[in-house]
Design a protein around this ligand. Structure first.
Ligand code: AMP
Ligand code: MG
Length: 429
């Protein structure tokens, strides 16, 4: 179901009606369908999202498996065993890993078996090697046992982990280390995953230099494009750095329609969405042929964050301020990239924590503050990192969460309960 945009169709960019973060996200996600599936080699599947669920054909394990090096025995032979009355069982077979036993264990018999070996019929326990003594007599081997053992000991029964036909991985799950082991054990040499969404990244701003340019007065290097590209990769997408343009409306318009008609799944721009004189993205979202879904969010930083759709393709106008750009991506673009890969994300993951320090700032809107969260004594705490200015770049690298500070007219004392959004997708630890 597509939700309808609720933007104010006022004639200029100065009058905007704010939408909440949650409303805006729901509006976006109601327009996103998962992309097609592709097959990749299992060795290349790490980090991708599964395009179909995976079920076992056979039970896991599919044979009774020994959990120890020792002897497969019948516990009924050991009912009266003790140190004073040891029992000697004849060892009739050696069962290494990977071989099917040839003999059934009958009364008075045992088989030597290795960890991972297939337990022979008739045996109902594996006696640990360390608890036994091997005796050779007249060319025959016997195992001397002085201790009782319960039926089932050291045997992994068939289907202990999963029965045949069990769904063990769901479509949309991100393939991690454990998933890789499961897929390998189920014989998936190739894995159906969602195609990586292509995300075109366009930077706008007459102040932007190329990375190799020397600094000039009034100009800055384009850090957002590379930050966004890294965020796209972290979210499982494929970034396309399509360039940077000055604040020149006709040029921006041409470029944007070109990108909207390209094979990119979505387009992310930075800069120019505010109400300044050269905010060409804000102008574009007022004039274009697409539907502007929102152009103001009740949040800081990044309140002018804008998004719209043109022929089912989403265009995001993120702020130019690095941290506003970062936050806008995490709150709105990341969930879209995830949903394009089948992840059922309706809301960002939220953790409840206590503020570790006083928060002194008056906010009319919820504020998404770059923070550091940790646990101490069973309780989560969070504190802002570095300078909480939307232009700040250095503090971005130390943040492992966004602390959600509710609108407030007064200081918030340390110890107050707030919520945070972990940035585990964007952080490498
Ligand atoms: P804007 O959103 O265009 O009003 O830009 C807000 C602030 O972000 C200005 O100080 C810009 O110089 C800065 N800015 C804009 N684009 C970028 C970019 N690509 N990388 C780093 N900073 C930027
Ligand atoms: Mg600008």
């Amino acid at each position: 179901m597509q939700l309808e945009p609720v933007i104010d169709r006022s004639p200029n960019k100065y009058h905007r009606r704010a939408m909440t973060v949650e409303q805006a996200r729901a509006l976006l996600l109601s327009r996103v369908q998962p992309a097609e599936a592709v097959e990749v080699e299992l060795a290349d599947a790490f980090g991708r999202r599964l395009a179909s669920s995976v079920r076992t054909e056979e039970p896991i394990p599919h044979f009774r498996r020994s959990g120890m090096d020792g002897y497969a025995v019948r516990t009924s032979d050991l009912t009266h065993v003790s140190t004073a009355v040891p029992v000697e069982l004849e060892v009739i077979e050696h069962i290494p890993c990977g071989f099917e036993p040839e003999h059934k264990i009958t009364a008075g018999k045992a088989a030597r078996i290795m960890t991972g070996g297939m337990v022979p019929e008739g045996a109902d326990a594996v006696m640990m090697q360390e608890m036994t003594e091997l005796i050779e007599s007249e060319g025959r081997s016997f195992v001397r046992i002085q201790k009782k053992v319960e039926s089932g000991t050291n045997i992994t029964p068939i289907g202990e982990e999963a029965l045949g036909g069990t769904v063990v991985l769901e479509a949309g799950e991100r393939i991690g280390v454990g998933h890789t082991a499961i897929l390998a054990s189920l014989g998936y040499g190739r894995v159906p995953v969602y195609r990586k969404p292509k995300v075109a990244i366009l930077s706008t701003g007459s102040e932007l230099l190329q990375l190799s340019d020397p600094l000039q007065m009034g100009k800055i290097r384009n850090s957002n494009a590379y930050m966004l590209a890294a965020q796209v990769v972290a979210a499982g997408g494929q970034p396309q750095l399509v360039g940077q343009i000055p604040d020149d409306y006709p040029r921006a318009e041409r470029m944007l329609y070109e990108l909207l008609s390209s094979d990119a799944d979505l387009i992310v721009t930075t800069g120019g969405v505010s109400v300044g004189d050269y905010d060409i993205m804000a102008d574009f979202f007022l004039r274009w042929e697409g539907t502007t879904l929102f152009n103001k969010i009740a949040m800081r930083p990044g309140s002018p964050t804008t998004a719209g759709s043109w022929r089912n393709k989403l265009l995001f106008g993120l702020s130019g301020n690095p941290s506003a750009c970062f936050v806008g991506f995490e709150l709105f673009v990341r969930p879209v990239i995830q949903q394009l890969q089948g992840a059922g994300v309706n809301d960002a993951k939220i953790v409840t924590c206590r503020l570790a320090v006083d928060y002194k700032k008056v906010n009319a809107y919820p504020r998404y503050v770059r923070g550091y969260w940790y646990s101490n004594g069973g309780q989560h705490y969070a504190e802002p990192v570095g300078r909480d200015k939307s232009s700040a770049i250095l503090s971005l690298k130390d943040a492992n969460c966004l602390i959600v500070i509710p609108p407030t007219k007064t200081d918030i004392p340390a110890g107050e309960i707030v919520q945070l959004i972990p940035l585990d997708g964007a952080m490498l630890t």
